[in-house]
Design a protein around this ligand. Structure first.
Ligand code: GRG
Length: 295
């Protein structure tokens, strides 16, 4: 099996790759390039690109081949955060412990930086070595990115969120919203790794089950942290869900039941990976660390 990597090694590889992925401005006005680089470089846990690389590795692929796809998903994630922070959305001043993109560069350039990251994500995939040697894999990756980040994926989740602002909703609506808003990109990440590696149907099904359960647990923990998290560790203010009267797992189930639910989903995610035997150790530990995370 392929060489194993630690979380810190993966993060370093991803950060180095992202640093060189935006390219330079060719027409003399580099404010949007700078805003894109700023938002990509101010931190973030890099969960999604790590999932791409590790699923590729455990399905027998080469992580070098998966890097452009890992960068693409992190760019799409970062664009969603920039747009989500805008005054017309959540109007958040802080992101990843730093001023949000529009606070630093202004609303119009933050909007364009998000658009730039979304567009560049597809460019990176098109320019990848994989697009030359196995174009069908690159096309499948583009299909996944487009559908899972699109109006029936992550953007759809934001629509459900906006439509339910300032009014209570039930667990069913919350689950639909979260499976789209948070879960879709997490599922996309795992699937991109499987696609690049040319994984089997059994590996793909395991990746989907892991990612769906992990994504669900991840959002529940996000809701818990918005109530009991530490603002310094989170890099943003807490209490925003309650302030906007948003229904969350915590408002519906309470902290204790929410934590229990997240733990159960994490156990399910871990059990999905049994077919990979001890090659899945990293992903199992990652799931456990995410349910206990502080940011
Ligand atoms: C397209 C405008 C637009 C929005 C899409 C994804 C999204 C909807 C909004 C982002 C805000 C949000 C709270 C999304 C839920 C998913 C989530 C928990 C995001 C934070 O992800 P982390 O914790 O962030 O991986 P870092 O900063 O570590 O990368």
């Amino acid at each position: 099996m392929n060489k194993r990597y630690s979380l810190n090694e993966y993060i370093e590889i991803i950060n180095n790759y992202l640093d060189s992925s935006i390219g330079e401005c060719t027409f003399g006005e580099d404010i949007v390039h700078n805003a894109m680089k700023y938002s990509l470089s101010i931190g973030g846990k890099r969960i999604r690109p790590v999932l791409v690389l590790e699923f590729c590795r455990i399905c027998g692929g080469n992580i070098e081949d998966a890097l452009p796809f890992a960068a693409a998903i992190e760019m799409i994630h970062t664009y969603s955060l920039i747009h989500d922070d805008l005054p017309c959305m959540d109007d958040d001043d802080m992101r990843r412990g730093m001023p949000s993109c529009h606070k630093k560069y202004g609303e119009e350039y933050a909007l364009l930086a998000g658009d730039g990251l979304l567009t560049r994500a597809f460019g990176i995939v098109a320019e990848s070595e994989m697009a030359k040697k196995s174009p069908e894999k690159a096309v499948e990756a583009i299909r996944l990115l487009s559908s899972l980040a699109g109006v029936n994926g992550m953007i759809g989740g934001q629509v459900v969120d906006l439509r339910n602002e300032d009014k209570p909703c039930g667990l069913d609506v919350l689950q639909t919203m979260d499976s789209l808003k948070t879960g879709a990109l997490i599922k996309c990440s795992a699937l991109l790794g499987v696609v690049v590696a040319g994984g089997t149907k059994e590996q793909k099904d395991a990746a989907i089950s892991y990612a769906e359960n992990l994504g669900h647990a991840f959002q529940i923990v996000d809701d818990i942290l918005d109530v009991i998290g530490d603002e310094k560790e989170l890099g943003k203010p807490i209490g925003s869900d309650a302030e906007s009267n948003k229904s969350t797992y915590v408002s519906i189930l309470g902290i204790e039941q929410s934590q229990k639910y997240a733990d159960e989903l994490t156990d399910k995610a871990i059990a999905s990976l049994d077919i990979f035997a001890d090659e899945a150790d990293f992903l199992k530990k990652l799931a456990l660390s995410l349910v206990k995370r502080k940011n």
